[in-house]
Design a protein around this ligand. Structure first.
Ligand code: HPA
Length: 239
């Protein structure tokens, strides 16, 4: 039992998917895992463990934004010894090279978050994905024929940002998309020597103004989940 997760030690698998939305966690458990059982309902932040191709995998909602994700990831790492953590979520595209529902595999995540400006006062920390998970995710996306791009993303503390000029600057510097969690996930994984990755699906387009319907989001979310699961299984656990 940890402060925000009601599981017993051993109920959470060493490989875990992290959607922001707890109902997505349930959808993933029901549609992608075999024999999934719920281990957490605290605050409605559902968590499940089942198997994927015979290997134990968990899926845990994290809520929106880096402070919320940070609570769950800290507890998953410190209390439940998870080794591989892959965020699966939505993102807003910043480049016309991305179309709606494309997959973004995040090599690195910049952030405006106070979480990292407080941690690393005086310098900017390079929050980066685990290379093996990244490589295996790219291979899985290629094998599945999913339209995808690999590159940097921006983990914002604000969905409704007052600094709309920031979008232009991010576009100029080749950042592919914006979401709200990956930088903290990558930073915590590095701090605790764990492997992390974020795989996102484009749900809205900050350049063209396009948006997906909730039904489209559900249909295309599956590609990203399969990429994430295949990447984890292709990455060995440390004994
Ligand atoms: N901004 C921040 N996070 C997001 C967005 C966005 O436009 N779309 C999906 N997640």
């Amino acid at each position: 039992m940890s402060t925000h997760i009601a599981a017993e030690a051993g109920q959470v698998a060493p490989r875990i998917l992290l959607p922001g939305d707890p109902l997505r966690a349930r959808w993933i458990a029901e549609n992608f895992l075999d024999g999934a059982e719920c281990y957490n309902e605290v605050r409605g932040m559902l968590g499940f463990t089942g198997t994927y191709r015979g290997e134990r995998v968990s899926v845990q909602g994290t809520g929106m934004g880096q402070p919320s994700l940070s609570i769950y990831v800290n507890e998953l790492i410190r209390e439940y010894a998870v080794q591989q953590l892959v965020r699966v979520g939505s993102c807003g595209a910043l480049t016309e090279r991305l179309a709606m529902r494309d997959v973004v595999i995040a090599q690195a995540a910049a952030t405006d978050s106070a979480m990292n400006s407080h941690r690393f006062e005086g310098f900017h920390y390079p929050a980066t994905a685990d290379f093996t998970l990244l490589r295996r995710a790219v291979e899985a996306a290629e094998a599945a024929g999913s339209t995808h791009l690999v590159g940097s993303i921006f983990s914002s503390d604000s969905f409704y940002h007052d600094r709309t000029d920031l979008t232009d600057r991010l576009v100029e510097f080749g950042v592919l998309a914006v979401e709200m969690e990956a930088a903290e996930l990558y930073t915590l994984a590095a701090r605790h020597d764990r492997a992390a990755l974020a795989v996102c699906t484009v749900s809205d387009h900050l350049v063209t103004g396009a948006m997906t319907t909730s039904q489209e989001r559900e249909q295309t979310f599956g590609d990203m989940v399969t990429i994430a699961l295949d990447a984890m299984l292709a990455t060995p656990l440390r004994s």
